[in-house]
Design a protein around this ligand. Structure first.
Ligand code: NAD
Ligand code: ZN
Length: 224
């Protein structure tokens, strides 16, 4: 079975900035100011304004050809992205390691729900059940990954014979460990990324192209 691990690079092609590299989000904003629980508790309005901006930007974009190719080939996807573009492209099996920025959850009660308002009706948004502060249901720096997402990822990788590692810098732990896990279980690894990454030495094949061109090359060279 083929499994894909995707990162911000697969969405970069449709104009959603990555966190690192040229034109990355982090070049303009300090992540430690925005993507941590302590930053959020200190200034929820500031953090929510950043998410409101990102959500508005993402809403007007469409999945890339690379997202569509993975969906058409019915390849299960483990993604670090929070933009929901794999689902919009029609992928049925998507494991979200870092949550989804269209989902919100309450800091005060167990409420969790979807919110697609762009711009948000109020900043910060409040819980419809208890009036508490809502946060984006994403994984921030220093927070653990959702247990279920880890379990589902490992289950997929136990049956994986070939892993496509697409558009990830491989620098966010523990997502960056998944290719090692797959390799230890005998999977071949293919990296599709225009740049070298810390994961590159592990790869059986490196395609130094963008996600769409790289996937096309991969599918045309290998009968699958
Ligand atoms: P990253 O920003 O650290 O790295 C992006 C990688 O994509 C780089 O290695 C770069 O060379 C590569 N890349 C750039 N253009 C590409 C293209 N056209 N095709 C293929 N690859 C390309 O991203 P990451 O590794 O996903 O990790 C950072 C964190 O960023 C994740 O936790 C994720 O949640 C978050 N993030 C998500 C989004 C999103 O949801 N779209 C956007 C930015 C950051
Ligand atoms: Zn609540």
């Amino acid at each position: 079975m083929i499994v894909a691990l995707t990162g911000a690079g697969i969405s970069a092609e449709v104009g959603i900035p990555t966190f690192r590299g040229k034109g990355g989000l982090w070049n303009k904003e300090d992540p430690k100011e925005l993507a941590t629980l302590s930053a959020f508790l200190k200034d929820p309005v500031k953090v929510w304004k950043w998410y409101d901006w990102r959500r508005s930007l993402i809403k007007e974009k469409h999945p890339s050809e690379a997202h569509h190719l993975l969906a058409r080939k019915k390849i299960p996807v483990i993604t670090q992205n929070v933009d929901g573009l794999h689902q919009r492209a029609g992928s049925e099996q998507v494991v979200e390691l870092h949550g989804n920025l269209w989902r919100v959850r309450c800091l005060n009660c167990s409420y969790k729900g979807w919110n697609y308002d762009t711009p948000l009706k109020e900043v910060p948004p409040k819980c419809p059940e208890c009036g508490g502060l809502l946060r984006p249901d994403v994984v921030w720096f220093g927070e653990p990954l959702p247990e279920e997402a880890i379990r589902e990822s490992l289950e997929l990788l136990n049956y994986c014979s070939l892993m496509l590692v697409i558009g990830t810098s491989g620098s966010v732990y523990p997502a960056s460990q998944l290719p090692y896990y797959a390799k230890e279980r005998g999977a071949k690894l293919v990296e599709i990324n225009p740049e070298e990454t810390p994961l590159s030495p592990l790869m059986d094949l490196k395609i130094r192209k963008g996600a769409t061109e790289g996937l096309k090359e991969f599918f045309s060279s290998y009968e699958l």
